[in-house]
Design a protein around this ligand. Structure first.
Ligand SMILES: NC(=O)c1ccc[n+]([C@@H]2O[C@H](COP(=O)([O-])OP(=O)(O)OC[C@H]3O[C@@H](n4cnc5c(N)ncnc54)[C@H](O)[C@@H]3O)[C@@H](O)[C@H]2O)c1
Length: 321
């Protein structure tokens, strides 16, 4: 698909980050856009921004939907059909995701399952629900966001990253298997898997909220003590930090994740749209993602060792210093 003008794009998780930037850039290219999100205020803000920026006649719709709930997804699909009055969809971006469920041993099952269900079942349910509409289009493209954690199941040797990695590997496997499935049975539909490196978004802040974790300001001394212990296990120098220092550090984590990223959400969205235009099935976002991809291919056996981090990233952890 070279030209997005007049097309209809559906985006999960359009409330902030890459989903919002995809919506803005696609609508600027003359596309109609349907977004969903589980955080209503952010989603409505994206709709407001897009309406203000949209060229004449373009339509942006928004629907509150939890992509981990199949009934919700089917209701959204029906809303999209009704609102946009088209019997087809050209672009489906399975973008919604959260981080969580790090340790299979120490994290609660509830957090583990919530993370896995959003990151995997969200992609699966949405793909299933919208498949007939993709098949009905003259040309269509399914874009599934995995992660570098779809080919490397770690954030570094001192941390655990199980639910997210398991889901993102599933998204990558599903997307790659669809290449020949579409080629054989629906050649007018293409598929891409997106593997972002570190992108400057609010995923840290949103994930905490969606998992129902307390905001730093609401944490008790006991909560902060546990957090200090966990930060220590990550290798952070917490010995000399007071509980108030820990509170500040937690409050700053989500912001620091966004502010210290080498690639912005807008740059990442542009790379995704360019990848779709060029019909690349494999879209790595950012030089960090490309470096890591090369490093894992070069030395897979050592990918989970301490020495690998220093060589692949030139630092001790994937997202830290
Ligand atoms: N930011 C990064 O560094 C990074 C790296 C690798 C992969 N990713 C992936 O990129 C995608 C986009 O994330 P982002 O970084 O833009 O984060 P983000 O938090 O800004 O955007 C994700 C959006 O998905 C929404 N969402 C979460 N759970 C949902 C649910 N159950 N139903 C509907 N919407 C839901 C969130 O509210 C949010 O608006 C995610 O799949 C994420 O895993 C991000």
């Amino acid at each position: 698909m070279k030209d997005f003008s007049g097309k209809l794009a559906v985006i999960t998780g359009g409330g902030t980050g890459m989903g919002r930037e995809l919506a803005r850039q696609l609508i600027a290219e003359g596309c109609d856009v349907a977004i969903c999100d589980v955080i209503e205020d952010n989603m409505l803000e994206t709709r407001r921004i897009c309406e203000a920026e949209a060229p004449q006649g373009r339509v942006i719709s928004a629907f509150h939907c939890d992509v981990a709930d199949e009934d919700n997804v089917l209701a959204w699909r029906d809303f999209v059909k009704q609102t946009h009055q088209r019997g087809y969809v050209n672009l489906l971006f399975n973008n919604a995701g959260i981080g969580g469920g790090g340790s299979f041993i120490n994290d609660t099952r509830e957090n583990w399952d919530r993370t896995f269900n959003i990151c995997w079942y969200g992609v699966y349910y949405t793909s299933r629900a919208f498949l007939p509409l993709l098949l009905a289009a003259d040309e269509a493209h399914l874009i599934n966001t995995s992660s570098v954690n779809g080919f490397w199941a770690s954030l570094g040797p001192k941390s655990s990253h199980t639910a997210y990695s398991a889901a993102k590997f599933a998204v990558k496997g599903f997307s790659e298997a669809l290449i020949n499935d579409f080629r054989n049975h629906a050649p007018h539909v293409k598929v891409s898997v997106v593997m972002p490196g570190h992108i400057g978004t609010d995923i840290g802040i949103n994930s905490q909220y969606i998992l129902g974790r307390k905001r730093a300001a609401d944490m008790t001394d006991e909560d902060l003590g546990i957090a200090r212990e966990q930060m220590g296990m990550f290798g952070l120098p917490v010995d000399k930090m007071s509980l108030e220092d820990i509170r500040q550090a937690i409050a700053m984590q989500g912001v620091a994740f966004r502010e210290n990223a080498p690639t912005t959400a807008a740059e990442a969205a542009k790379m995704m749209i360019d990848g779709v235009r060029e019909e690349r099935w494999r879209i790595l976002l950012g030089d960090d993602a490309k470096r890591l991809d090369q490093a894992v291919r070069k030395d897979p056996e050592n990918a989970y060792e301490e020495s690998f981090m220093a060589e692949a990233w030139g630092r001790d952890s994937a997202l830290g210093d």
